[in-house]
Design a protein around this ligand. Structure first.
Ligand SMILES: [Zn+2]
Length: 194
């Protein structure tokens, strides 16, 4: 799937989970950082491609991206596997509390938002022809549905004209059918401590 589809799918997943399982408290900085973290999480699995948008956001990202591409000899390997999920889970759990000031921002919320982005990426890629090497380094690819011919080709008209508008329609449907829950989620947002 393309980065645009992954962004949309990640945001729809974040909003759905946050609405159905609202956090106890929420401040504005945490909301902003969660949305950005969610998008970053959705783009991390494709960092094995030099063209990934995340590289453009980093200084010197172009050359870094090229080096990375040489490390990952092939697209969709460890970053699209259960081992990758485990490593990112452990890595973020260790890293985030170290540089996020917990009195202003909730590291746990940022962590969950990035993981939702990451997992939503893998779920979306499961619907593509290539499938996912979930058991990497064992070279077996999994997909939904299991028969590859029935799956979506990345960047095809199905993705552009059916999947992407489908995400938009889902968001409108979800917000209309869960209005009171979405509103109470917004009402949870409190001012930052000053
Ligand atoms: Zn991918």
């Amino acid at each position: 799937m393309t980065a645009r589809t992954h962004d949309g799918f990640a945001f729809a997943s974040l909003l759905t989970i946050a609405t159905l399982y609202p956090p106890a408290s929420l401040n504005l900085l945490t909301v902003g950082a969660s949305i950005i973290g969610n998008i970053i999480g959705a783009l991390i699995p494709d960092m094995d491609q030099a063209g990934n948008r995340l590289w453009d956001l980093l200084p010197g990202g172009d050359s870094l991206g090229k080096i990375f591409r040489q490390i990952f000899y092939k697209h969709r390997t460890i970053t699209h596997s259960l081992l990758g999920v485990f490593l990112i889970y452990k890595g973020l759990n260790w890293l985030l509390p170290k540089f996020l000031n917990a009195s202003f921002i909730d590291p746990q919320m940022i962590f969950i938002s990035i993981m939702i982005g990451y997992l939503s990426h893998l779920l979306a890629d499961a619907f593509t022809k290539e499938g996912l090497p979930l058991l990497f380094p064992i070279p077996i690819n999994f997909g939904l549905p299991p028969i590859a011919v029935l799956r979506i080709t990345t960047d095809s008209w199905v993705e552009t004209y059916i999947v992407q508008p489908g995400i938009g329609i889902y968001l409108i449907w979800f917000i209309t059918t869960h209005q009171s829950q979405v509103l109470s989620l917004i009402q949870l947002i409190r001012q930052l401590p000053t």
